[in-house]
Design a protein around this ligand. Sequence first.
Ligand SMILES: [Ca+2]
Ligand SMILES: [Ca+2]
Length: 360
Amino acid sequence: MARLSSFSAAVSAIAISVLGGLAPVTTAGTAQAADAPRTATLVGSLQNEVGCPGDWAPDCAATELTRQGDSTAYSRELDVPAGTYELKLAINKSWDESYGADGVKGGANIPLVLLGPARLTFSYDDATHKIGIAPTGLPGAATPADKALAGSSLRTPLTREQFYFLMTDRFANGSTANDQGGLTGSRLETGYDPTDKGFFHGGDLAGVTQKLDYIKSLGTTAIWLTPTFKNEPVQGTGADASAGYHGYWITDFTQIDPHLGTNAEMTSLISAAHAKGMKVFFDIRGIQLTGPSQVRSPSMVGLLWAGPGSGDGRLSWAAWGRLSSAGGRPPGRGSGPGGARRLARAPGRRASRGCASGVG
Ligand SMILES: [Ca+2]
Ligand SMILES: [Ca+2]
């Protein structure tokens, strides 16, 4: 066929050349050539796998694409076995005009890697000269084996939560009585200075509780609090002085920071949030203890990982309260630096953020 096509083109060229100035004949011949339907054949190393006698054969009918009506679009479905292939597209069953990657004439071969057998639709557009490959015969619905492959989050029960992350000190001031955290003196003693972004601004748990309807209205199912345990109020001197409004300088893991409220207010917040269908999560920085925190509360760091219910890295607020009232010593565990060592050696745990939740 390729030879025939070339032969026809040669004859036409000769005819035009010979007949020269005979305009009507020349015009008719050109129009006929333009109207002749172009054929589009998939060529490549996959051809003998799908019924052709050999690969890279532009005249194989088994991989010739079907023109879609009078359009420039062509397509064909083929069952292709697993394998690594390369392909392109040939026009009119010849290598005289072929297209590869990005529709470039004579362009690069297009790679195709199939890990399993697949029914594919190969398409070609004679306007853009681009080649498309799409799976057609997708297997049925996902199987349990497929779902196992998809894997799951390490915290599966949490992946559907709509978290609202808030910094308690900067969210809402529910009570001005606690703004200075029960301390007296300048901001370097109390940590309170709402004119300085590095100091406490007055927000507290009471404010969060008052705004629960607003938080829920956002679609929230879980509130994520910045660390709320008692902090070193102020660290640094001079221009470097700043306060523990962020909660990361924990000195006592058994007590809510007085700037933010009381343990009872935390219990109230959790109860109120639960009543509205929201969970409460604590952000507890165990690994970022700084300065005095490391000296004062090493046993509580260990407690984060050693306490009951900590198998998944979480500890309920109720369990937390029982431990707190027991003097911060989990049963069978001593306090002291050993706790910190347990944290350092805990394998497979994310020490940077242990979440104790208010989930009952
Ligand atoms: Ca082959
Ligand atoms: Ca306040």
